[in-house]
Design a protein around this ligand. Structure first.
Ligand SMILES: [Zn+2]
Length: 88
């Protein structure tokens, strides 16, 4: 599902957490800047820190913390696999 701006405070927090989570490719500006082109979530929408490009939508799982529980599941599975490898 697609969610459009304006975003709530909580959604902005979730979106910026998603951007830094490193488990997925984050939203970036379409321009190939030498500078940082990772979009920053604001209540009015996404903004590129280098050129001012804006984007007004996101996927619902990005803004409702769903990505965080998926990430935790992935981390748990990874930890389990690791402990299995080290057994015996
Ligand atoms: Zn840009």
């Amino acid at each position: 599902m697609i969610v459009f701006a304006p975003f709530t405070d909580d959604q902005v927090e979730s979106l910026n957490g998603f951007q830094k989570s490193g488990n997925w490719h984050e939203f970036t500006c379409g321009e190939n800047h030498a500078e940082d082109n990772t979009l920053i979530a604001t209540k009015a929408g996404w903004v590129c820190p280098s050129c001012g490009y804006t984007q007004d939508w996101c996927h619902s799982f990005m803004c409702d913390w769903n990505w965080d529980s998926v990430r935790r599941t992935l981390l748990d599975e990874r930890a389990e696999n690791n402990s299995q490898t080290h057994q015996g």
